[in-house]
Ligand binder design. Structure first.
Ligand code: SAH
Length: 208
């Protein structure tokens, strides 16, 4: 499928709504984030293998997460699970040069490739090799936290690293997960279930 065709389908299905997110998906070349043999399938609406038993999520999943997260220019965003770097590149485009993206990845080779992929698009994100389950307190507090691998719980340290008024998206569950939207305000922390999803699990260094 072609890029324009997939984007048009995501718009008519109601997944893609915001001009700026549509522009991000049009501008960033998803094929550049894939291994050579996967490039012909870049715009199929499926997750695709990127090596190291990991996957780049399907285009509709980025659309859902980005629309739900309501990323604004100038925001500080933490992504957990850099993978190919495609998600971090979309985030970087959305926050612009006054914003800041940190993305955490446990697989060294993926972190390296992601850095190159993002730089090739002329975008900026700080990719850190670390266990995302601890978050990244050095960059906190964050306006948004997007977790792109499944977690068995809502890590309290991630909620702590969120600004007041901040939002976090995290798939919570074992084999199947609920994508949860967590909103932190002066009156407390509110959790909403967005939709059922399937992500690869968050792992520690020793479990790989
Ligand atoms: N957002 C990515 C896709 C994420 S796939 C993209 O746009 O391509 C999930 C990623 O989370 C994988 O790359 C995996 O290696 C990473 N991951 C798994 N456990 C992790 C952990 N504890 N901390 C950080 N990253 C982790």
């Amino acid at each position: 499928m072609l890029q324009e065709e997939t984007i048009a389908r995501l718009v008519s299905a109601g997944y893609l709504k915001s001009e700026k997110i549509i522009e991000a998906m049009r501008t960033i070349r998803r094929e550049d984030f894939l291994p050579l043999q996967m490039r012909p399938y870049a715009w199929e609406d499926h997750p695709l293998p990127i090596g190291h038993s990991q996957t780049i999520s399907a285009p509709h999943m980025y659309a859902i997460m980005l629309e739900t997260a309501r990323i604004m220019p100038g925001q500080r965003v933490l992504e957990i699970g850099t993978g190919s770097g495609y998600g971090a590149a979309l985030l970087s485009f959305l926050v612009g040069n006054k914003g800041k993206i940190y993305s955490l990845e446990v697989v060294h080779a993926l972190a390296e490739t992601a850095r190159k992929n993002i730089a090739k698009e002329g975008l900026e994100a700080v990719i850190i090799e670390a266990d995302g389950r601890q978050g990244y307190p050095q960059g906190a507090p964050y306006d948004r936290i997007l977790v792109t691998a499944a977690s068995e719980n809502i890590p309290p340290c991630l909620v702590e690293q969120l600004k007041q008024g901040g939002k976090m998206l995290i798939p919570v569950g074992r084999y199947f997960q609920d994508l949860l939207l967590i909103e932190k305000s002066a009156s407390g922390v509110e959790t909403k279930s967005i939709l059922p999803v399937v992500f690869v699990p968050l792992v520690g260094h020793s479990e790989r």
